[in-house]
Design a binder for this molecule. Sequence first.
Ligand SMILES: CSCCC(=O)C(=O)O
Ligand SMILES: [Fe+2]
Ligand code: NI
Length: 180
Amino acid sequence: MAEIRIRNTNELITGEENVRDFLNQFEVIYEHWDTSKLPAHLQENFALTDEHKAEILAIFDTEIKELVERRGYRTWDVITLSEATPNIEELLAKFEQIHTHTEDEIRVIAAGAGTFVIKGGDDIGYFDVNLLPGDLISVPENTVHFFTLTDERKVVAIRLFVEENGWIAHPYEDASFQKA
Ligand SMILES: CSCCC(=O)C(=O)O
Ligand SMILES: [Fe+2]
Ligand code: NI
């Protein structure tokens, strides 16, 4: 289950209901998918072929279609980041830049772990949303955020987009932000 760490106060938020209530204030949805549906060869595999990515999307077809119906997503993909990813440093450098998207997007952790750092109001500041397998969050349009890996440096994530052309980030300059 996901956990939240508020950077300014170091407050930790745990427990499904607390996490959901906290995130819902920012119109971030928090849901959970059953990753035990994935066969063993996809649960701890961070060097996925295109066939494996298609297999993951097929396994979660019902969940994806439900989000499409409910929230209007139009494209989706699977991304994996690990030491086996040839351009991991380049990709991670892009994801770790503070940015926004002009559409609502969904991220689901299929394997490994990842952290979305989201900017709340001026009072709350940035908070870390630490995600484990099955955790789903939305990143609402124009929400300031970035993504980073945990010390394990391994993730498989499903992403859903409203726009046809997938991941487009708009850099956000935040002079007051200090990397932890
Ligand atoms: C785990 S998804 C990679 C990061 C990303 O898509 C984002 O920051 O928008
Ligand atoms: Fe993003
Ligand atoms: Ni396979």
